[in-house]
Design a protein around this ligand. Structure first.
Ligand code: COA
Length: 139
């Protein structure tokens, strides 16, 4: 739905220093079957999306983001729990992601779910920051 995409795009723009281009995010939203949103009173308050490799039984979290005025209210926890449940139902056995080494909020969220740090990719991000690669085994 156009309204949904508009809300997602504005959440992304407000939260990321280097947001995706509008048309790229729109394409992801339209074509990706693993795009999840959380709504409160019919308004989108968070979204996340994944790339899934059925062959490898693995999912890759590409983005997760909560609207600024809803941060720290448990929204991302609810959203990620639902998404993981769905990924499990699709046959995924593990989920991995990259996160900026100083993104305490996101690292806190992932640790809460039991993600473990696998390794570090030096200068992964455009601003030169390192990324931690983290993984969660479902079984
Ligand atoms: C990371 C993010 C999605 C968390 O969303 P949220 O809805 O605020 O998360 P929740 O309220 O469900 O919190 C879940 C856990 O994350 C951790 N956390 C959240 N905010 C935190 C902060 N500012 N500092 C440290 N830990 C934090 C806590 O462990 C928290 O659990 P607790 O409340 O039981 O202590 C949100 O901060 C965000 O959108 N950040 C900008 C986008 C981003 O960096 N995305 C991740 C990279 S793709």
């Amino acid at each position: 739905m156009a309204t949904d995409f508009h809300q997602i795009y504005s959440i992304q723009k407000a939260n990321f220093p280097y947001p995706w281009k509008k048309e790229d995010l729109h394409q992801e939203f339209e074509k990706n079957n693993n795009f999840y949103v959380e709504k409160v009173q019919d308004q989108i308050v968070a979204y996340c999306f994944f790339r899934v490799s059925c062959l490898e039984e693995m999912a890759h979290l590409i983005q997760i983001c909560t609207k600024k005025n809803k941060i720290k209210t448990g929204i991302a926890t609810t959203l990620l729990r639902k998404a993981i449940y769905d990924l499990c139902a699709q046959g995924c056995k593990r989920l991995f992601l990259e996160v900026a080494h100083d993104n305490q909020a996101a690292i806190g969220l992932y640790r809460k779910f039991g993600f473990k740090r696998l390794n570090t990719i030096k200068k992964f991000y455009r601003d030169g920051k390192d990324a931690y690669v983290m993984q969660l085994e479902f079984v």
